[in-house]
Design a binder for this molecule. Structure first.
Ligand code: SF4
Length: 80
């Protein structure tokens, strides 16, 4: 009988990163749902509007976000 593998557990680095990202999300009032018509995939800072998940290049975020998410720094894409 094969030895059972130990159950994976989060490491201290995961707790550290989790806390950092939690603070970042709180500062941005980041939510996993749209705010009316405002959502990441129609925001200026969402790098690839065709993707379900993409990089947000807002200088205070710089993380992966989902297309239906939203934060207080949402900004309309200029028409020109
Ligand atoms: S700035 Fe906010 S709304 Fe815009 S893509 Fe980034 S997380 Fe989404």
């Amino acid at each position: 009988m094969a030895d059972e593998l130990p159950r994976p557990e989060p490491k201290p680095i995961d707790e550290k990163l989790s806390l950092e990202l939690k603070h970042l999300a709180e500062d941005a009032v980041l939510r996993g749902r749209p705010n009316g018509e405002e959502r990441c995939d129609n925001c200026l800072y969402y790098l690839n509007p065709d993707a379900k998940i993409s990089y947000c290049w807002h200088p205070k975020l710089r993380v992966l976000v989902g297309d239906q998410w939203w934060c207080q720094w949402w900004e309309e894409i200029p028409k020109d």
